[in-house]
Every structure is written in structure tokens, then in C-alpha cells.
Design a protein around this ligand. Structure first.
Ligand code: BGP
Length: 467
């Protein structure tokens, strides 16, 4: 089985996780800047110092056959407050970054929002607030016009995780727990903003392609023949995947999905979700105008019914077996015995990615798919040869690419794969010891060292053959 000649072999990054330089060149405050301070969290400086070292990272892409790079624009480098005055130094920086990538044949796929809402706007309700949505839309319009050298745009990265972690698990700023109503409002506010931007892009004939990157992981019943487990899995799927897929590809929410989401809301004492019909109109107009879907997928999940009190413990330390999540009206997540998992309790299950690719391919408006994030977080150290023998990662990536090939054979249209992450960077709620990169970053010296997986990927990108 071989990949086509135009398949993208990419690496993914996100501005806040790799750039560092959080106070440089006029950058405004991001919600995480304050959240990490207040919670004694991780220092986002210098991260992987990508703000200064992007040329070296792009040179590494060239050396290792990586022909695509996912980057995001930091909203507060362009509009330090999120709106109003433009910061020319930020604009200049991204022009330089895109130019260098394009000149070197490393095609940038640029995300407009990757978890880094400006501080004030996050405090004021993030995407639950129409004013914040409108500021984001203005920022997006500015970028689409200004950075005309970019031809691959994604509106958002992971609408569900961004919303659920702000308002249900409390692991992202503002760190609130079990606010199911805000979660659903945030999801909808982002899906609506996405639609407005896609319509603007098309109405103004902006050059290139535009899509959205969703976290899409498969949810299964803990016991296949237990109807309450089946329904629990379906409920989680409805809020995590159903809302996003239906809005993006059908411009509506189905009654079935709304029914399940409303069950979750009402069980937790909130009112039912009633989207504004004019928002739905906007989404309708956008649903056949997106050019690609980005799938981020790492794991799969098993569920059983749960109506008890809400409880969520995040395993952010890599101590295997400490994850626990039981969400009222939604599900209790069960980690089945016998399946491999990472130290952070993420089950490794490539079939989940296969099932998801085949499922989204059923949508008439799903024209093209990129796997925009997939990868394995590992605690790693450099060995005496100044490299990392990351055979586990190679195996993980190989198993996932195998199902990509199989899906394409069975009619799907996956055109690229971006490893999370290009080089090591810090993880939002797990810190610096959860490494994902092809390149080991010594965070003290900022030196990069190719891991064994980088050499393996180079061979793959050259031969197109999965071995
Ligand atoms: C996705 C995010 C990435 C990245 C990745 C790995 O949800 O889009 O930014 O962080 O997950 O997750 P983690 O850092 O929690 O291990």
C-alpha cells in the first residue's frame, strides 16, 4: 500500500505551545498567561522558542521530507486586545514565517484560533459571547485579506475540547466545572463564527481553501449489548462530535443530536439549548462551502450510563491509572482492560480513527480530509547518541497511517497527515514532560535533536511506502 505523490507528510504546531516570546514585539495578554500564573502552572516562556527559531524548524522539515506545517496565528500578536489597534510587528512576523515556509516548499496550513483567546475576551465569556464572536470574525477577516500568501486556512482548532475544558473539566481557563450550558453555548458560538468566516471567504473569492479542524474521536459503548451503555456513548458522541459535524456539513443540528444534548443539559439543571434560527441560516449557507475537514484524533473512548454526581479527575502528570471521569447525564468513561494506553491513560486504538474517517466520508459535503493531529505523548530523554529511540511512536504512527491507507482504499479521501507535534513543545494541561515531536527539544538550550521517528518519517515521505 502506497501514498499518492501529492500526499502531505506534515508536522503540527500551535502558536502558544511553541512560540514563547509572550511579551515580545507588542503581543497582548492571552488567557493562559494569567491562568498559569494564578494556578502556579507551566511557564509558557520560552516554550520551544519557535518565534525566534522557526527557520531552524523549517530547515529541519526540509531535511526530513516534511512538506507541510500546521501553524496558528496568535490572535493577540495581531490585535493585542483582541480588537481595535493592529500590531504591525506581529503582522510582519507572520509574513516572514509564511514566506520562509513557502519558499522552502513546506506548505503552511494556518489555523486562526488554537486555544489562545485574548485574556479580556476569555474573561468576558469567550465564544459564549456574541461580542467576542464578532471580534474574532473581524480578526479572521483581517488575516484572510492580509496574508494572501497563505492558501490553506482553518478557522478553529478543536471546538469541543476548547469548550469542554473551559467549562466542564475545568482544565483550561477560566477553569470552571460542570457548566454544561456554557459548554454548549461556546460550541455553538464557535460553529456560528466558523460559518460566518467561511461565507466571507467564499463571498469575497479569497484565494485558496478553507476548512475547520475538529477533534473527532470515536465513542463506543462499554458493553455492546447493554442499551444504556449504547445510549451513553451516543450522548457523548452527540455533544462531542455530532454538533460539530452536523453544523459544519449539514448547516443544522439534527433532532436526535439536540435531544441527547438537551438530556445532558436538563439532567444537570440547565435549560434546553435553542439556537437562533438566523444562526442556523448562516450555517446552512456555509455547509457546502468548506473545502476540507481536519481530523484530530489520538484515542477512542468507552462509556457506560451515569446519573450520579459529576466527578472529573484529569491525569496531567502521566501517572497511569489516575484518570477518572463520570459526568452526570452523560457517561462514565471506562478504560477497557487489554488495550494499550499511554502514561496519560489515552487508549491506543487505530480502529477508532478508521471508523471516524469512514463515518465523516458519508457526508456529501466532506470533500477532502487531512489528519491534522495524531501522535503519542511520551516522557523522553536524550540518549548517549544525542537521539531518542522512539520506537513506540513509530509503531503508533505506522498503525494509524495504515488505517488511513485502508480508508482511502475503501473510498475515503484523506490527503495529508500532520504529526502532533513537529518538535517537542509543552502540553496545555500536562506541561513539558509530555513530548510528542519528531525533534527532541532541550528546553534549557533550545537545541533540536532528530529522534528515530524523524528518520523513519523521512523514508516514508520519500518512498511513500509504509514499512
Ligand atoms: C490537541 C491540541 C493540541 C495538543 C494535543 C495533545 O487537543 O489541539 O494543541 O496539545 O491535543 O494534547 P495534550 O497536550 O493534552 O497531550
Amino acid at each position: 500500500m502506497k501514498f499518492s505523490n501529492d500526499f502531505i507528510f506534515g508536522g503540527a504546531t500551535a502558536a502558544y505551545q511553541c512560540e514563547g516570546a509572550t511579551k515580545e514585539d507588542g503581543k497582548g495578554l492571552v488567557c493562559w498567561d494569567v491562568y498559569y500564573k494564578e494556578t502556579d502552572g507551566y511557564n509558557p516562556d520560552p516554550a520551544s522558542d519557535f518565534y525566534h527559531k522557526y527557520k531552524e524548524d523549517i530547515d529541519n522539515c526540509v531535511k526530513f521530507g516534511i512538506n507541510g506545517i500546521r501553524v496558528s496565528i496568535a490572535w493577540t500578536r495581531i490585535f493585542p486586545k483582541g480588537y481595535g489597534e493592529i500590531n504591525e510587528l506581529g503582522v510582519k512576523h507572520y509574513h516572514e514565517l509564511f514566506k520562509y515556509a513557502i519558499e522552502n516548499g513546506v506548505e503552511p496550513l494556518v489555523t486562526l484560533h488554537h486555544f489562545d483567546t485574548p485574556y479580556e475576551l476569555n474573561k468576558n465569556g469567550d465564544f459564549t459571547n456574541r461580542e467576542v464572536q464578532n471580534y474574532f470574525i473581524e480578526y479572521a477577516k483581517f488575516c484572510l485579506n492580509e496574508f494572501s500568501e497563505v492558501t490553506h486556512w482553518a478557522t478553529f482548532n478543536e471546538i469541543w475540547p476548547w469548550s469542554v475544558n473551559q467549562y466542564i473539566t475545568g482544565t483550561f481557563p477560566p477553569g470552571e466545572k460542570y457548566q454544561y450550558n456554557k459548554t454548549v453555548e461556546c460550541i455553538h458560538g464557535m460553529l456560528y463564527s466558523h460559518a460566518v468566516i467561511v461565507n466571507y471567504f467564499n463571498d469575497n473569492n479569497i484565494n485558496g481553501e478553507i476548512g475547520v479542524i475538529h477533534s473527532l474521536e470515536s465513542h463506543y459503548p462499554y458493553k455492546k449489548d447493554d442499551p444504556s451503555s449504547v445510549e451513553a456513548a451516543n450522548r457523548v458522541d452527540a455533544i462531542a462530535n455530532g454538533l460539530a459535524l452536523e453544523a459544519s456539513f449539514e448547516g443544522k443540528y439534527s433532532q436526535e443530536t439536540l435531544g441527547r444534548v438537551n438530556h445532558i443539559l436538563v439532567t444537570n439543571g440547565f435549560e434546553e439549548f435553542n439556537p437562533d434560527p438566523s444562526d442556523i441560516e448562516e450555517m446552512k449557507r456555509a455547509c457546502d462551502r468548506i473545502d476540507f475537514l481536519g481530523i484530530n484524533s489520538y484515542s477512542a473512548h468507552w462509556h457506560k450510563d451515569y446519573e450520579g454526581e459529576n466527578f472529573h479527575h484529569h491525569n496531567g502528570t502521566g501517572d497511569r491509572g489516575t484518570f477518572k471521569s463520570a459526568l452526570k447525564g452523560m457517561s462514565e468513561e471506562i478504560k477497557p482492560e487489554g488495550l494499550p494506553r499511554t502514561d496519560w491513560d489515552w487508549i491506543i486504538y487505530p480502529q477508532g480513527l478508521y471508523d471516524m474517517i469512514m463515518r465523516v466520508s458519508e457526508y456529501e459535503n466532506c470533500k477532502k480530509i487531512y489528519i491534522t493531529e495524531n501522535g503519542m505523548g511520551i516522557k523522553e530523554e536524550l540518549n548517549e547518541n544525542n537521539t531518542v529511540e522512539d520506537d513506540q511512536r513509530i509503531e503508533y504512527v505506522k498503525d494509524h497511517l495504515e488505517v488511513v491507507l485502508k480508508a482511502n482504499e475503501n473510498g475515503a479521501n484523506v490527503r495529508g497527515y500532520y504529526l502532533w507535534s513537529l518538535m517537542d513543545m509543552f502540553s496545555w494541561s500536562n506541561g513539558y514532560n509530555k513530548r510528542y515531536g519528531f525533534f527532541f527539544v532541550d528546553f534549557d538550550t533550545q537545541k533540536r535533536y532528530p529522534k528515530k521517528s524523524a528518520y523513519w518519517f523521512k523514508n516514508l515521505s520519500e518512498t511513500k511506502e509504509l514499512k
